[in-house]
Design a protein around this ligand. Structure first.
Ligand code: DX5
Ligand code: ZN
Length: 216
């Protein structure tokens, strides 16, 4: 029932293809791709051409996390590039409902994302139609930060709302997840676990196996 979604932001980009193969060989279901625009977040990372290249070499589910202002401008391009899941930030747009519909019309899965200080109440109107809810457990923009403990309340609240209403979305957590807080993250109700530095620093395959042994 748990899924690992390693964040490629922390991988060695000179070996991106090899890292993806390691995920595949270890039956990792998702690969998390962090897209930053230097406006919505104070950093710039990777984008459409990298998604296109990855799509050519892998069938792994590309879990795309758009940290960009007005994501409605780029949904079509990411869908065409091969993203399977398109997560956008509710704080970045006034068109959440239309974006979800557009993602679905392009045959992709739609995820809505909240920053640590955004109340889960803000996304209540969309919960019956999204495929995924992404709860940020660090301020978006950089890998390798520490998990903000209060964000687990957002995970708990959304897990509770999901259960009470019978919603189908997967609940994903992103930021600062390590082996030593994974149990707490699971207890809070997270189902899809993003981990960047904890997967790609050191021996990727060994790190994945360690996560998987705790995600049964
Ligand atoms: C932060 C990104 C995260 C981050 C996760 O803006 O959305 O996906 O790279 O990396 P770690 O697991 O190192 O916090
Ligand atoms: Zn992310």
């Amino acid at each position: 029932m748990y899924k690992l979604s390693p964040s490629l932001l922390s991988c060695d980009f000179t070996r991106l293809g090899e890292e993806i193969k390691i995920l595949e060989q270890n039956n990792v279901p998702y690969a998390h791709i962090d897209v930053m625009d230097g406006i919505f977040v104070p950093n710039i990372s990777i984008g459409i051409p990298v998604v296109e290249c990855l799509r050519k070499i892998t069938d792994i589910v590309l879990d795309t996390h758009l940290m960009i202002d007005r994501p409605e401008r780029y949904i079509k391009q990411f869908a065409a590039a091969g993203s399977d899941i398109i997560n956008f930030h509710v704080e970045a747009t006034e068109r959440s409902s239309e974006i979800i519909d557009e993602i679905h019309s392009l045959g992709k899965l739609a995820g809505i994302t909240i920053k640590p200080k955004t109340s889960p109440e803000v996304i209540l109107p969309y919960l019956d139609k999204v495929d995924l809810v992404l709860v940020m457990s660090v301020e978006p923009g950089f890998g390798g930060q520490g998990l903000i403990p209060e964000t687990l309340d957002n995970v708990r609240r959304l897990a509770d709302i999901k259960k009470k209403n019978g919603y189908k979305f997967e609940l994903e957590i992103d930021g600062g997840v390590k082996l030593d807080n994974l149990e707490e993250v699971k207890q809070a109700g997270a189902e899809v676990i993003v981990a960047g530095s904890a997967v790609f620093k050191g021996d990727t395959a060994a790190n994945i196996k360690a996560f998987q042994s705790m995600l049964r």
